[in-house]
Design a protein around this ligand. Structure first.
Ligand SMILES: Cc1cc2nc3c(=O)[nH]c(=O)nc-3n(C[C@H](O)[C@H](O)[C@H](O)COP(=O)(O)OP(=O)(O)OC[C@H]3O[C@@H](n4cnc5c(N)ncnc54)[C@H](O)[C@@H]3O)c2cc1C
Length: 392
């Protein structure tokens, strides 16, 4: 342990070895973290969030940066506590970033590490840094299909804002995976190409859309994909052709890839169509009339069951659940498959409402609804092969 006293700021720095456990390989390595001791603020320890999830009683990894000042020094601004990757200069926010700010549902506690990336180099640095420090990580786009837990996430959330667009030839676009789907739909249809009109009004990103195989109005993003560039957890960059990938209803090969770190870019090949722009506008108008777009939601919560002749929304409406509420979570009056945060919903409220709707539909119609949204477990993140919700 090394002690340093910074005379100018009267801050005490302690350099201590911190053992990190590599959860996947089950071995330990030792690294150093600089801790600034403070009397003024509580440590950004995410387990301090008050919560009554009995199924989640494991203590979270102690946040290692505690910043405050002593009495005589100039008071510091309420800056976010940052940790810098010396090799790349990338800065990580420690213990402060609320996942509620990163999801369209507006639900979720703090994450231990947060970083925003705007190009591939930054993304690779973030992935490398997490690997070197055995920090589990997940990448998100607009968080428009995610349910974060009130306990937060004991790892790093990488916010993807890789937003480049490259026109390779007429109708062929190579897009950064952080490019907004809505903007893509408007742009391609305005330029006279068909295939992505459905995405107008979908608040996600190209990467999230490819991962989820987003779709509507009989179109799916996979129909327009030519190739996808990915990064594996070991840092390898690969280009996968459409034929290397399988897609289904809201499923993609990416969901089953255990070593997928991130989708970096997607190349689309679209067909010319004079009516594309008109169709895109009509889809958007219909969406505005039939969906609660001003409310906080994650779109359709359940997949439409196959072969029953009714959509999930129609079944929920038939069961009389429109307007049904648990705490701050409510079944939308406008579209029954949209569960909205109508003010202060916790993840527990939302999970209870999801389970309740599912149970009611099962009892009434004998149909088991499957959720479309992805739940982010505070300690495990996304399970690549399953998408189970916790039992409350
Ligand atoms: C009002 C509203 C309307 C919607 N309408 C539709 C609709 O019509 N059709 C539809 O299919 N969906 C719809 N959705 C759901 C959602 O917008 C889509 O699923 C969208 O594709 C998610 O994109 P995202 O960037 O927000 O992904 P996120 O929610 O950020 O992430 C979803 C999943 O994708 C993964 N992911 C995200 N980016 C990457 C990346 N770069 N690399 C690897 N993995 C990644 C995440 O880890 C996570 O598992 C709607 C949502 C809302 C709120």
């Amino acid at each position: 342990m090394v002690l340093h006293l910074n005379k100018q700021s009267s801050e005490l720095f302690i350099r201590i070895p911190i053992p990190f456990t590599n959860k996947s390989k089950n071995h330990q390595k030792t690294t150093h973290h600089q801790i600034q001791i403070s009397r003024r603020r509580k440590p950004p320890h995410i387990s301090s969030v008050s919560h009554d999830h009995h199924h989640l009683s494991k203590p979270l990894q102690q946040s290692t940066t505690i910043t405050t000042t002593t009495k005589n020094c100039i008071p510091k601004q309420e800056e976010e506590e940052m940790e810098e990757d010396i090799k790349s200069g990338l800065k990580f926010v420690r213990g402060k970033k609320l996942l509620s700010q990163l999801s369209t549902w507006g639900i979720g506690g703090p994450c231990n590490y947060f970083v925003q990336v705007s190009d591939q180099t930054q993304l690779l640095s973030a992935i490398r840094y997490c690997g070197e420090h055995s920090i589990r990580f997940l990448i998100i786009g607009k968080g428009s299909n995610c349910l974060f837990d009130d306990l937060g996430f004991d790892g790093c959330v990488i916010l993807n804002r890789i937003e480049f667009i490259e026109r390779i030839e007429p109708g062929m676009y190579r897009m950064g995976s952080g490019y907004p789907l809505n903007r893509l739909a408007v742009r391609c249809s305005s330029e006279g190409f068909t295939g992505l009109e459905f995405a107008a009004g979908v608040p996600g990103t190209v990467g999230g859309g490819a991962y989820m195989n987003a779709g509507a109005n009989g179109q799916e993003i996979s129909d327009a994909i030519y190739s996808v560039e990915i990064v594996r957890t070991d840092g390898r960059h690969e280009t996968l052709n459409r034929n290397d990938l399988t897609f289904g209803y809201r499923t993609s090969s990416f969901q089953a890839m255990e070593d997928l770190a991130a989708i970096v870019a997607v190349t689309f090949q679209l067909k010319p169509s004079e009516s594309a722009r008109e169709r895109q506008q009509a889809y958007l108008t219909r969406r505005k009339l039939s969906q609660p777009l001003v409310e906080r939601s994650a779109g359709s919560v359940f997949q439409n069951p196959s072969g029953v002749g009714f959509s999930a929304g129609e079944l929920i409406e038939k069961a009389g659940l429109k307007g049904f509420r648990v705490g701050g979570a409510m079944v939308s009056e406008i579209h029954a498959n949209f569960l909205i945060n109508c003010g202060g919903s916790t993840s527990r409220d939302m999970l209870q409402l999801i389970n309740l709707v599912r149970d009611k539909i099962n009892q009434k119609f004998g149909i088991q609804l499957k959720q479309e949204i992805r739940y982010v477990h505070p300690y495990n993140g996304f399970d690549p092969n399953r998408n189970d919700l916790p039992t409350l």
